[in-house]
Design a binder for this molecule. Structure first.
Ligand SMILES: *Cc1c(COP(=O)(O)O)cnc(C)c1O
Length: 390
């Protein structure tokens, strides 16, 4: 099939994606294709992407250390700002060490490829992020997919595999599922990890900064932070910058420095980015972070209440991701388009990001939204869905 035919097929099946151009910042109001709209699909949950202290840290470190890092960490690109941020991240997650990666995608690929190999076995949730799936493939370990959040099915799989056990075993899960906003059943996964004496890796891309009293993520939320062996998290969502990390034991970090291909063969993060992420982490850990999380929770509740009252079921969990299930791609994209006409930018999510038949509008709430804007957005969603059903 030619590339043109492939594109036509995507068009015909309602799966063609295009880029949309935003002007201005990732604030609650953005200019999209020349029109001002309410932004309801950014992961800048706490507003830190535009926080003056974060931006200032980026500028100051850039002026001092330059725009680029000059190379891979292994060659010449391991700089003061990287080390300082890693020390702070390890303290934040309560681990011996931390290691930076250039993105969450690169982190999951590098961690899984670097620490696991043929002969190992990885148990992976069916709705885990694409970067975990790709990391599993790169590791060449055997992978068993368990139904989403289904601890009993996972336990049955582990029991069935136990007689053949040889290499390392890992359970890997998103802490907060990125397209559903629900939480992994971490306490039960910890119980299984202990029973089968295996490792637990949590990708807390959407939990870090948002969940737990200190913003330490889903592990802190469930009070089981120290039972997680491999903490992966990103710096580009609640922390408002870009990049990612693994926090874990000194041995895992040292081995990854030697083996993780996405780290070894890639230019490290710019020093200004590392300094900005450090400033963001400081805010998240301080009283200000707690206040922002409080505001975020309140805002989520405001939106959830409008939707609930209008008969749209919303997961009860305290995350800023609110999916509204529609099923097929065409009505989902049509609802997204109609909402944009009314001034609300909410992305429609389609395969391969979510399984076929589970297309949805994915609303994300930010601390910087005004509650009355969220109420109006919720009402617009209800009206649009009701109109589509007629
Ligand atoms: C966004 C995301 C990633 C990828 O992180 P990037 O820094 O955007 O590459 C990985 N895992 C999950 C669960 C995510 O939501």
């Amino acid at each position: 099939m030619s590339w043109k035919d492939q594109l036509d097929l995507l068009d015909q099946t309602g799966l063609r994606r295009t880029l949309r151009n935003l002007s201005g910042t990732q604030g609650p109001q953005v200019v999209l294709d020349g029109r001002q709209v309410l932004l309801l699909c950014s992961n800048n949950y706490l507003g830190l992407a535009t926080h003056p202290r974060v931006v200032e840290a980026l500028c100051r470190a850039t002026a001092r250390y330059g725009a680029g890092s000059g190379g891979s960490r292994l060659i010449s690109g391991s700089m003061d700002s990287h080390r300082q941020l890693e020390e702070r991240l390890a303290a934040f997650k309560g681990t011996e060490r931390a290691l930076l990666f250039n993105s969450g995608y690169a982190a999951n690929c590098g961690i899984l490829q670097g620490l696991f190999d043929e002969g190992d076995l990885i148990f992976s949730d069916a709705l885990n992020h694409a970067s975990i799936i790709d990391g599993c493939r790169l590791s060449r370990a055997a992978t068993r997919i368990y139904p989403h959040g289904d601890v009993q099915a996972l336990e049955a799989l582990m029991v069935a595999e136990a007689p053949r056990r040889s290499g390392r075993w890992l359970i890997v899960t998103d802490g907060v599922f990125s397209m559903d906003g629900d939480l992994a059943p971490l306490p039960e996964l910890v119980r299984l990890k202990e029973r089968f004496e295996c490792l637990l890796m949590v990708d807390d891309a959407h939990g870090t900064g948002v969940l737990g009293r200190g913003g330490r993520g889903s592990g802190e939320h469930f009070d089981c932070l120290e039972s997680i062996d491999l903490h992966m998290g990103t710096l580009g969502k609640a922390l408002g910058v870009t990049g990612a990390y693994l926090a874990g034991s000194a041995d895992t970090v040292e081995l990854l420095i030697n083996r993780a291909r996405s780290l070894v063969f890639s230019t490290s993060l710019p020093p200004g980015i590392a300094a900005a992420a450090e400033a963001a982490l400081e805010i998240v850990s301080a009283e200000e972070g707690r206040a922002l999380r409080h505001r975020l929770q309140h805002n989520r509740q405001v939106l959830a209440t409008v939707l609930d009252n209008g008969g749209v079921a919303v997961t009860p969990e305290p995350t800023p991701i609110v999916p509204i299930m529609l099923g097929a791609p065409q009505p989902t994209m049509e609802a997204s388009r109609l909402l944009l006409e009314q001034g609300y930018f909410i992305q429609g999510i389609r395969p391969p990001t979510v399984p076929a038949g589970s297309c949805r509008l994915r609303v994300t709430v930010m601390a910087s939204h005004e509650p009355q804007d969220l109420e109006a957005a919720g009402r617009a969603v209800l009206k649009t869905l009701a109109g589509a059903a007629e």
